[in-house]
Ligand binder design. Structure first.
Ligand code: SF4
Length: 240
């Protein structure tokens, strides 16, 4: 079976505990204008066999064992391949690897309880709690996202919400209050991820226009003020 994987990043330390290999899937159902993985917009030119993907990540097996790490599926949207994603998870779990999926839960073609049965932890991206903004800016469907969160929580999945802090999109008081109310309703830990422009060079290389090229990342002070608001509402900060 072939999967659209545009990169496998070894010795990754920002995608979960320990030393990990991060598998980046091509294709996404959303179109966030700040996306720092524009490679995922180009689909179909990086097809890799599942055997090759499993062999590639297994080359670092001893580092996962020593560091408490494992494998993270990211993207793009790793759930888009549906049964292909499930088959990869089954093969990775057969190797007793710790598995994280970093997802926007924007896919509706996959058996999420089955995915959860192979997955140790989910990083679920929450871009905004405003369904109109989510739809008009990211092309997202808030009802689908909520339904998918419910499926995962119903399966007993370990979930961390990851919220990107995007200037001009979700950092104003009203947006932050809505996101606090949304996350509080689930009683799940949250990681806030301030916007950065590290993807700029990739847009240039791919000949794509980066709408956020001139947007300044939030200052530490701005990010800390939002973090404090979440903390004051009793929302746990994730430790991964
Ligand atoms: S969900 Fe993630 S990968 Fe998809 S467009 Fe948004 S930021 Fe990019």
């Amino acid at each position: 079976m072939l999967l659209d994987v545009f990169n496998i990043q070894h010795f990754s330390t920002g995608d979960g505990p320990g030393i990990r290999s991060t598998i980046f899937f091509g294709g996404c159902n959303l179109c966030c204008p700040w996306c720092h993985n524009p490679e995922s917009f180009i689909t179909g030119s990086n097809m890799r066999h599942i055997d090759e993907i499993v062999d590639d990540v297994m080359s670092d097996k001893e580092f996962y064992a020593e560091s408490g790490g494992g494998v993270t599926l990211s993207g793009g949207e790793p759930l888009i391949p549906g049964n292909g994603c499930l088959e990869l998870l089954r093969r990775l779990k057969e190797k007793e690897l710790h598995i994280i999926i970093d997802t926007a839960l924007s896919a509706d073609n996959i058996d999420l309880p089955a995915v959860a049965s192979y997955t140790d932890m989910f990083f679920v991206d929450i871009k905004t709690a405003d369904s109109g903004l989510f739809s008009s800016v990211c092309g997202g469907d808030m009802d689908l996202l909520c339904r998918n969160i419910d499926k995962l929580t119903g399966s007993g999945a370990d979930i961390v919400f990851r919220i990107p802090l995007i200037p001009g999109f979700n950092m104003d008081d009203i947006s932050v209050d809505k996101m606090i109310a949304f996350t509080k309703g689930y009683s799940l830990p949250v990681t806030l991820l301030p916007f950065h422009r590290l993807g700029s060079a990739k847009y240039k290389e791919l000949g794509l226009t980066y709408k956020y090229a001139d947007i300044e990342p939030p200052s530490d002070r701005e990010a800390d003020a939002i973090r404090m608001k979440f903390n004051n509402e009793g929302i746990m900060e994730a430790n991964v």
